[in-house]
Design a protein around this ligand. Structure first.
Ligand code: HEC
Length: 104
């Protein structure tokens, strides 16, 4: 009986740590991107994208035409006024979650 209890506890804590490994794309976005890409022309990303990509393409989170691999490429390489983000700033798994959150 005691062994079963210990086993259940071990399983529960394993599930708990697995869940914390899965990255939250929205949280990564809020930390690294929203201060330039939130709705409003005073955000440089939104301002620039509205000018270059057109009215409906200014706000990243409202777009349905962003492809996962494109988001990842821009984040790692930057684009004009947009800075690059190294793996020490945004890890591969965080980037996966972020691209998943923003794409389509
Ligand atoms: C310092 C401000 C700034 C930050 C921080 C920033 N961006 Fe940008 N981003 C820009 C600007 C400005 C552009 C427009 C570049 C251009 O087209 O000249 C842009 C463009 C983009 C594009 C290209 C969209 C298109 O239609 O081609 C993507 C994708 C993008 N940003 C994603 C992100 C993500 C994801 C993050 C967070 C990791 C982020 N950006 C953080 C300023 C920023």
């Amino acid at each position: 009986m005691k062994n079963i209890l210990l086993l259940s506890l071990a399983l529960l804590s394993a599930i708990g740590s697995l869940a914390s490994i899965a990255q939250d794309g929205e949280a990564v976005y809020k930390k690294h991107c929203s201060h330039c890409h939130s709705p409003g022309m005073n955000y440089p990303g939104t301002h620039q994208l509205t000018k270059t990509r057109g009215e409906g393409n200014g706000v990243l989170v409202e777009r349905d035409n962003l492809v996962d691999v494109y988001v990842k490429t821009i984040v790692r390489n930057g684009l004009n006024g947009m800075p690059t983000f190294k793996p020490t700033q945004i890890s591969e798994s965080q980037l996966d979650a972020l691209a998943e959150f923003l794409s389509n």
